[in-house]
Design a protein around this ligand. Sequence first.
Ligand SMILES: CC(=O)N[C@H]1[C@@H](OP(=O)(O)OP(=O)(O)OC[C@H]2O[C@@H](n3ccc(=O)[nH]c3=O)[C@H](O)[C@@H]2O)O[C@H](CO)[C@@H](O)[C@@H]1O[C@H](C)C(=O)N[C@@H](C)C(=O)N[C@H](CCC(=O)O)C(=O)O
Ligand SMILES: Nc1ncnc2c1ncn2[C@@H]1O[C@H](COP(=O)(O)OP(=O)(O)OP(=O)(O)O)[C@@H](O)[C@H]1O
Ligand SMILES: N[C@H](CCC[C@H](N)C(=O)O)C(=O)O
Ligand SMILES: [Mg+2]
Length: 475
Amino acid sequence: MKLAALINSDGTGAGERQVTGFAIDHRKVAPGTVFGAFEGARVNGEDYIADAIRSGAIAIVARPGLQIEGAAYIADSNPREAFARLAATFFAPFPATSVAVTGTNGKTSCVEMTRQLWRMAGFHAASVGTLGVTTADERVTTGLTTPDVVTFLSNVAGLAREGVTHLAFEASSHGLTQYRTEGLTVAAAAFTNLSRDHLDYHGDMAAYFTAKIRLFSEILSPEGTAVVWADDPQSARVIDLARERGNRLVTVGTQGDTLRLVGRDPTLLGQGLTIEAEGRTHTVNLPLIGAYQAANALVSAGLVIATGGDVAATIANLARLQPVRGRLERAAIAKSGAPVYVDYAHTPDALEAAIAALKPHAGGKLVVVFGAGGDRDTGKRETMGRVAIAEADRVIVTDDNPRTEDAAAIRRDVLKGAVGAEEIGDRRAAIAAAIRDAGPEDIVLVAGKGHEQGQIVGDMVLPFDDVSVARECAA
Ligand SMILES: CC(=O)N[C@H]1[C@@H](OP(=O)(O)OP(=O)(O)OC[C@H]2O[C@@H](n3ccc(=O)[nH]c3=O)[C@H](O)[C@@H]2O)O[C@H](CO)[C@@H](O)[C@@H]1O[C@H](C)C(=O)N[C@@H](C)C(=O)N[C@H](CCC(=O)O)C(=O)O
Ligand SMILES: Nc1ncnc2c1ncn2[C@@H]1O[C@H](COP(=O)(O)OP(=O)(O)OP(=O)(O)O)[C@@H](O)[C@H]1O
Ligand SMILES: N[C@H](CCC[C@H](N)C(=O)O)C(=O)O
Ligand SMILES: [Mg+2]
């Protein structure tokens, strides 16, 4: 593609040059690249413009007012958005039906369940999120929940080339703020819930909510559908916005209109759901435990219905959902018979939801092993501690990805809320102690890392998998 196909010719002849790719990191620039130079949280990408041009960049997308020589200058007051728009033109086409999920908790679960439901309906579907890029055949991790815009758009275009027609992706608040997922037509957008997380980056809850809501105010197609978990205190704001914009609405939950949850009856390994839809009552056995998994299943069904799925068939397909990796995953059975679950709860609300899911199944004690990640919102630590002490019967505070922080200091923050909890810094030792002491009627919950395969200490990633460690400790 010639540069002139992306921008109006600037009279220098630059428009005749061939565009070979897009980059937002100057180290990834090759001859023919369009380079996006953005001010970041850590460094200023504008400082690398000269290096990018030396490496062959033919155009620079940046804010107005810079001196740029040797490449076309595409100046825009919102350079991230302008860059994403151009990159989308370059990488298109994308899967014909794309939907996005935002919210503090449940994004990964929803994109994964939506992908599964589409597949059951016979579509070639994929999901992109914390677990990576997933199709029916394989899963490739990208390292971030919402990858950077170039990785995202090039991967999604690759999926379309492989024949994927249906895509569900996670829109994290960082991703939304940094315009990582612009440029494709979003047919439906879902909101799961809002609670505390990531205030290190966003500052306060209002800014965090504003970041998330951009999915509905700017990214969702004007002809698209907003799918809303109606039971969250913030849902009304999303519903109001969708109404103002004239988007179609699908609301789900006990307060929902499209899929109204009127009954939830936990069984040993799942739950019976009673759902009112289109004036009829449907019943289905969801093979997953916990109110939160029922919520995510309904949001996912809402996304499938919003993009043309049959209501009765979609509800019936919930009976065939497979568990999502690291979300209430039954990892092992202790010698005493106590089941050990691994869950990705790393916010106060998620921890509460995970404990609430398991508690009804514990005849004896509910034991929770958890910590908090370093270089992340410090304010959530004490609240997580308080939730654990209030809801569980035995609490062991341990390490979870200290990153560049002092692990003992992070545990101290958690213990401020978890008054009276035990402290075992080494995660393997903590899991071992919980499993060793668990009685036959007890349940052990190992929370915080879910599917993660490593413990991040400093700039090293030490191999660590809660599921394997639980199995080793139970053996
Ligand atoms: C805080 C944050 O989101 N940082 C991400 C973001 O940074 P930024 O735009 O602020 O970038 P910066 O590092 O200050 O650099 C500014 C610009 O200069 C460029 N640069 C930088 C250095 C250089 O040598 N050359 C160069 O060109 C960078 O590519 C960037 O465009 O852009 C970078 C490039 O894409 C990301 O790698 C980086 O993710 C870091 C590693 C990260 O840890 N992000 C986490 C917090 C994150 O994004 N998490 C969310 C949410 C998780 C969830 O709850 O699900 C996620 O979506 O994963
Ligand atoms: N609907 C929900 N309501 C409350 N808690 C939930 C809900 N869904 C998931 N959780 C909790 O959040 C954890 C993470 O779930 P999931 O990975 O689906 O969320 P996410 O939004 O993708 O998280 P991340 O922001 O890390 O990508 C789960 O393990 C569970 O503890
Ligand atoms: N996407 C989340 C994952 C947190 C997982 C938890 N194990 C931690 O390290 O805090 C984040 O980057 O904040
Ligand atoms: Mg996720």
